[in-house]
Design a protein around this ligand. Structure first.
Ligand code: IPT
Length: 907
């Protein structure tokens, strides 16, 4: 129940000019006293051929009887023989372990040094007196389970080993034992105040030389913020050691219940970041950590909560450098006790007190010098109790400069901000109205990004803008924790775990290989720092930056006629400060014959550290010219030709009324369709739409032909579409008319009987001969759904059927393109009245529904095309609120029309 032992007092993580030796690399390893082999450190043994990973969200995968863990406890023995580099100084030295999961017994040259606990926290052991010039033998015995495992029940893979770096560090006598820099900023005077502990401080750029510990010094500086991460290089030094440091001046305060940095209210447009790599697990390579930061910055993410443990310290130095607000969270979660009604929860058990405070101390001491960290978080989902309160009060004493966060303190007894997870829009609205607890409010988790989604992000943004003290949130979560295996990404259960939580670990804005998902594109658009909209008078440009103006941006426009560029130019936007706005007249635009859209883009005028010049930060579209009205086809006579009905370019089966040929193309359909392969959010626990849909039988609709009416002017096919076993259904009448090479279909839909549930979709489904190229004019280039469609702009796009698919790790409905005015695919040109949504794939919705991994989907020889009037929204019911009322699709009377034309000869 206690922390590890034998280690030296925690201190900040730094490198210096003192001698050091990285011990990362190939070590000897054996599991459970088996044969010795080789292993890479840092890394997890389960990802290197020993044992296998296991995933549970909340439940402990062992009996809950703290502090005991199973006797059958996978145990890895690590051994490394190393020589000291030449000229290694005769000084004290420490062995530093940045992360050992879950505990390690450390021995050097046969002397036991102690035990690490707290998997994602560092431990250092004094070894100077034990070192010899060559043949040092370092052994570490690591157990998968320890008492500490009870405190490390985060929603992630259970994976063990020395998964962060190991180093030998000389600690010269008279060197910098530890240091702390205080660099505050007074936004009224524009001056920074600097002081240091642990050594002298010099900052050449500020002409600060040898500032003495304890002395403070004020001077004019540029402040640090996530938007403008100004760092000053300096050095903390003694006669014996020099430590390079990077200083950011900033002051975090809560005033009048609002969280401010440098006097300005901040809004977190954040993500929760676990450390994950599809091959290396939590041993994330440095270049991949950088990739995360760059991807975040390029998608307008401005904040990270390090859920639910301190990250590799390198990540924090990237946040300092590139600019991200950070909530640094302690390695603590006891969620599994929730299954027992919190009986025996360590958080309120004094026997665990020392472990709790030890974890907090090690995080705060390690990370205290990062300007990017603006809040300390005690941990996650550990209920409440005196040990958490003790962590908070220790932290406040130690570092009064940063507020304390913890979501589980519902009564806000020992935290400085009110934090919630997955509160619905309505509840956030109420919290905003009532200014609950009088504290700044944040959503430490919201908009669960599992599978297709999240839906409803823009409605949260509106709340962050409406109430001053509602200060944003952090999407759950950044990355899907899929593990590369057998040609797909594996999730819970794929390793034969007896207890697991399936694909609940696949809930990120980026796929396991860090390909952005449509959810990230949506995030980037919703949380743009600049908003460009149309007004009566022209164009409005509004800043949602908290700290910087718009000087780093340039504004360009293009004007398109039915998606074809006809003019372009640069927009002069007056200089504006953070949070201000400007109204600008429309540029002079040529007359167009079709639909005229003006697109204005704000892009980086010069290269930034995180993106090239020209990177688009924000955009907006303004409809300038309405499309001309379409003339519905008609005038061609229907003819009976033996066993077929011919109507213009269409051929129909006189018995079923189904279209069988369009020109030379053999088709199947179109027929009414209501089904989609359920998304993770449809399958969600709070609003189980999927269950209602399946109970209603929407996945096995039957079509009864009521009547096929033929008229000289066309064909009317009356049908009733309904699931087996129930009395309700839909009356669907297909009205066909034709002129020249245009075949027009209007479907009138009338619910029949009492519908018990919403509809997944409402539209038509058909199959075409294999097709590859796709072109459309509508929303794109990416997928869009009713409540996640901000990132899709109006334009003309080309793609392929394969590229239209979004490879969600767990297959589900995907790839919908919205508001198509027309679509060309497989020799057919389809026009909307005025628009339709579509999906096109080489498998059916049923195949998609049945698939469990991406490689279960095998292309067939047809393209299955859905043309929809609407789909049900996405919501976030996989964890959190369902689809907002305005995006729910109900059975209702509706009409839907499209025109089919052979594509040949159309431009
Ligand atoms: C919440 C957890 O904090 C987070 O780690 C993750 O498990 C998330 O849920 C779901 O993916 S806790 C939940 C009870 C809301």
């Amino acid at each position: 129940m206690g922390p590890g032992f034998g280690s030296v007092a925690p201190r900040s993580f730094f490198t210096s000019d003192a001698a050091s030796l990285s011990l990362d690399g190939t070590w000897d390893f054996r599991l459970d006293e088996g044969d010795w082999g080789a292993i890479t450190v840092p890394g997890h043994w389960q990802l290197q051929g020993h044992g296998s990973p296991a995933y549970t969200n909340v439940r402990y995968p062992f009996p809950v009887e703290p502090p005991f863990v199973p006797s059958d406890n996978p145990t890895g023995d690590y051994r490394l023989v190393f020589d000291l580099p030449e000229n290694w100084p005769d000084e004290p030295a420490v062995l530093r372990f940045d992360g050992v999961d879950s505990c390690g017994l450390i021995c050097l040259n046969d002397v036991e040094l102690g035990v690490t606990r707290g998997s994602r926290l560092p431990a250092e052991f004094e070894v100077g007196h034990l070192l010899r010039p060559s043949g040092n033998v370092l052994t570490v015995r690591v157990h998968q389970w320890s008492a500490g495992s009870y405190l490390e029940d985060q929603d992630m893979w259970w994976m063990s080993g020395i998964f962060r770096s190991v180093a030998l560090l000389s600690r010269p006598r008279g060197g910098v034992a530890d240091y702390e820099i205080h660099a505050s900023y007074d936004h009224v005077t524009g001056s920074g105040t600097l002081s240091v502990e642990g050594g002298l401080l010099s900052v050449p750029e500020l002409e600060v030389t040898d500032l003495l510990p304890g002395q403070s010094f004020s001077l004019a500086v540029e402040p640090w913020s996530a938007e403008s991460p100004r760092l000053y290089d300096g050095v903390v030094h003694t006669d014996a050691e020099r430590v390079p440091v990077r200083i950011g001046f900033r002051t975090v305060e809560i005033s009048d219940g609002v969280l401010t940095v440098n006097g300005s209210r901040v809004v977190f447009r954040g993500v929760n970041r676990h450390e994950h790599h599809p091959r290396f697990g939590r041993a994330v390579p440095r270049e991949v950590a950088l990739q995360d930061v760059l991807l975040m910055k390029r998608h307008n993410v401005n904040a990270v909560r390090t859920s639910h443990y301190p990250p590799d310290p390198y990540f924090l130095s990237l946040c300092d450098e590139y600019g991200l607000w950070v909530i640094d969270e302690c390695d603590l979660e006891t969620h599994g006790f929730g299954e027992l009604g919190w009986a025996g929860n360590p958080s309120d058990d004094p026997r665990w007190a020392e472990s709790y405070v030890d974890r907090m101390r090690r995080m705060v001491e390690r990370d205290k010098n990062h300007p990017s960290i603006v809040l300390w978080s005690l941990g996650n989902e550990s209920h409440t109790g005196r040990n958490l309160a003790a962590m908070a009060s220790w932290t406040r004493d130690r570092d009064p400069s940063r507020p304390v966060h913890y979501e589980g303190d519902f009564a806000c007894e020992y935290v400085d901000v009110y934090s919630r997870m997955y509160a619905s829009h309505d509840e956030v609205e109420q919290i905003g109205r009532e200014h609950a607890h009088g504290l700044p409010f944040i959503l430490c988790e919201f908009a669960h990004a599992m599978g297709n989604g999240p839906g409803g992000m823009i409605e949260y943004r509106e709340l962050f803008e409406r109430y001053e003290h509602v200060q944003g949130g952090f999407i759950w979560e950044w990355i899907d924790h899929g593990l590369e295996r057998d040609g797909h990404f594996a999730y819970g259960g794929d390793f034969g775990e007896p207890l697991h939580d399936g694909n609940f670990v696949i809930d990120g804005l980026v796929f396991p290989d860090r390909t952005p998902s449509p959810g990230l594109a949506e995030f980037g658009k919703v949380f743009e720092p600049i908003r460009i909209t149309g007004t009566e008078a022209g164009i409005r440009v509004e800043s949602f930056y908290d700290h910087v103006g718009m000087d780093h941006l340039r504004f360009d426009w293009v004007y398109e006629d039915d998606g074809v560029e006809v003019a372009s130019g640069t927009l002069e936007v007056p200089r504006t400060t953070a949070g201000a706005r400007a109204d600008i007249a429309l540029p002079e635009l040529p007359a167009v014959s079709g639909e005229g859209w003006l697109t204005v883009r704000a892009s980086l005028a010069a290269p930034a550290s995180w993106a090239d010049a020209g990177h688009v930060v924000a955009w907006g579209q303004i409809l300038v010219a309405e499309p001309p009205p379409a003339t519905p086809p008609g005038g061609v006579e229907l003819v009976h030709l033996g066993a077929v009905l011919r109507h213009g370019i269409g051929e129909f089966d006189p018995v079923t009324g189904l279209l069988t040929k369009l020109g030379e193309l053999t088709l199947d359909g179109p027929r009414l369709d209501l089904w989609r392969a359920p998304t993770d959010n449809d399958r969600g626990s709070d609003h189980p739409e999927e269950r209602a849909w399946r109970d209603a039988g929407l996945h096995r609709l039957q079509h009864r032909v009521v009547d096929v009416e033929t008229h000289p002017s066309g064909l009317v096919v009356h049908t009733r579409v309904a699931p087996p076993a129930w009395g309700f259904g839909m009356l669907a009448d297909y009205h066909w008319t034709a002129d020249g090479d245009r075949l027009h279909l209007r479907v009138d839909i009338t619910p029949d009987g009492e519908w018990p549930c919403t509809l997944p979709r409402l539209g038509l489904r058909m199959a075409l001969p294999a097709a590859d190229a796709v072109e459309w004019f509508g929303r794109g280039p990416g997928e869009a759904y009713a409540d996640s469609r901000q990132a899709a702009r109006i334009g003309r796009f080309t793609s392929t059927v394969d590229a239209l698919q979004t490879p969600y790790v767990f297959p589900q409905e995907n790839g919908n393109r919205a508001d198509a005015r027309w679509l060309r695919i497989g020799g057919v040109h389809i026009e909307g009245e005025p628009v339709f949504d579509f999906t096109a794939r080489r498998w059916t919705s049923e195949d998609l529904d049945a698939a469990r991994h991406t490689d279960d989907l095998v292309p067939g020889d047809r393209v299955h095309l859905n043309l929809d009037l609407a789909q049900h929204g996405l919501g976030t019911a996989s964890c959190g609120p369902g689809v907002l009322p305005q995006y729910r699709l109900h059975a209702r009377k509706a009409s839907f029309a499209v025109t089919f034309v052979p594509a040949s000869g159309r431009s």
